[in-house]
Design a protein around this ligand. Structure first.
Ligand code: AFP
Length: 335
């Protein structure tokens, strides 16, 4: 029987897996375990909404713009509401930073955990029935419980995440997460409504053949990124780009590949958000043996300055990310 590092077989329910994980930590209080269960519950609710989005009048733009100035989709708004409600009702979270809200959402000040999330990433793919995802990062607050949450509780480097993960709404729905002891993936069994362990101790191949970048932005790229992309073609690598970070990342983690969202002429800090996109995936990548960098430093070592800060991202198979770095750093030397 296939066993993971906790000695639990494939098919184990997420609940049981979380409980066993908790039992292995002497001083665990169960709060983080409950929080992970709350996130899984919210994920099931979003999954239900996503699956019927073509049937109900919830697809399409909402008419508002989010803090990034992008059109909000109705499902983005629904996912944000559902997640916030699940975390509020679960009672383990003192504050949320969400892609959809400019300000911190303050919850129970007596709780120890902060959540940064993108409730529905890749939302321009909703209306065309293509994979989308939820991304979450969990931090322990620094300021004492009882008082209001401070900026320092949110603006922590990614290496201080206590847990991180994503939910991929794809050909099946998967929850992938880490608490810093490897990465495990759970597939939703829809008839049971349970996430079951399907991918234990996930590892990202060190080398791969896939590169993922929006080449439509070619004219905006630095010369080093253009050179890297040409090198990929020269090597006969395979280009794959969905435009949903979670889906692109997940494929590359399983098959071996690199995802690039560089800084461009029009977006000098790139597009992706450090706190609720890059950090979570960077922790998962490293825990799976992969690598994540902004071209200058490890993503997990960046000290965030603002909630909605953007960052370039190069992530995936270790050797492939290192090769991107060679090009980027050579470009810096030439400049
Ligand atoms: P949307 O949520 O606006 O679709 O953005 C998705 C995303 O943040 C990330 O999931 C994609 O990898 C990336 O943006 C795609 O950006 P480009 O359209 O510029 O390639």
């Amino acid at each position: 029987m296939d066993k993971n590092s906790l000695g639990l077989p494939i098919g184990t329910t997420l609940d049981r897996f979380i409980k066993k994980n908790q039992d292995d930590f002497e001083y665990a209080t169960g709060e983080l375990s409950q929080l992970l269960r709350d996130i899984a519950l919210a994920g099931k609710i979003i999954n239900r909404e996503v699956n019927k989005s073509g049937l109900l009048d919830i697809g399409g733009a909402y008419g508002n713009k989010n803090v990034q100035g992008e059109d909000q989709q109705k499902l983005d708004v629904i996912a944000n509401i559902r997640f916030t409600r699940a975390l509020r009702n679960g009672g383990q979270v003192c504050a949320i930073v969400s892609e959809e809200d400019e300000e911190i959402i303050h919850l129970n000040p007596n709780c120890r955990y902060v959540v940064c999330m993108d409730p529905l990433d890749g939302s321009s793919n909703i209306d065309v029935n293509v994979s989308i995802g939820t991304i979450f990062s969990i931090y322990r607050r620094i300021s004492p419980t009882g008082g209001p949450v401070q900026n320092e509780d949110i603006l922590q480097p990614g290496r201080d995440q206590v847990a991180a993960g994503y939910i991929l709404y794809g050909s099946s729905t998967m929850l992938v997460y880490t608490t810093g002891h490897g990465v495990n993936g759970f597939t939703l069994e829809p008839s049971l409504g349970e996430f079951l362990l399907s991918h234990n101790n996930m590892r990202c191949p060190e080398e791969g053949t896939i590169y993922s970048i929006n080449e439509g932005s070619w004219k905006q790229f630095d010369e080093s990124i253009k050179a890297y992309t040409l090198w990929c073609k020269d090597q006969g690598l395979t280009a794959r780009y969905i435009g949903s970070l979670v889906a692109d990342y997940h494929r590359n983690m399983l098959k071996g590949g690199v995802y690039l969202y560089p800084n461009t002429k029009t977006a000098p800090d790139g597009k992706l958000r450090l706190l609720y996109e890059c950090n979570a995936l960077a922790l998962i990548a490293e825990q799976a043996g992969g690598m994540a960098t902004n071209g200058k430093e490890r993503i997990l070592d960046i000290n965030p300055k603002s909630f909605h800060q953007r960052s370039p991202l190069y992530i995936g198979s270790k050797n492939m990310v290192e090769r991107v770095l060679d090009f980027v750093q050579e470009g810096v030397e030439k400049a």
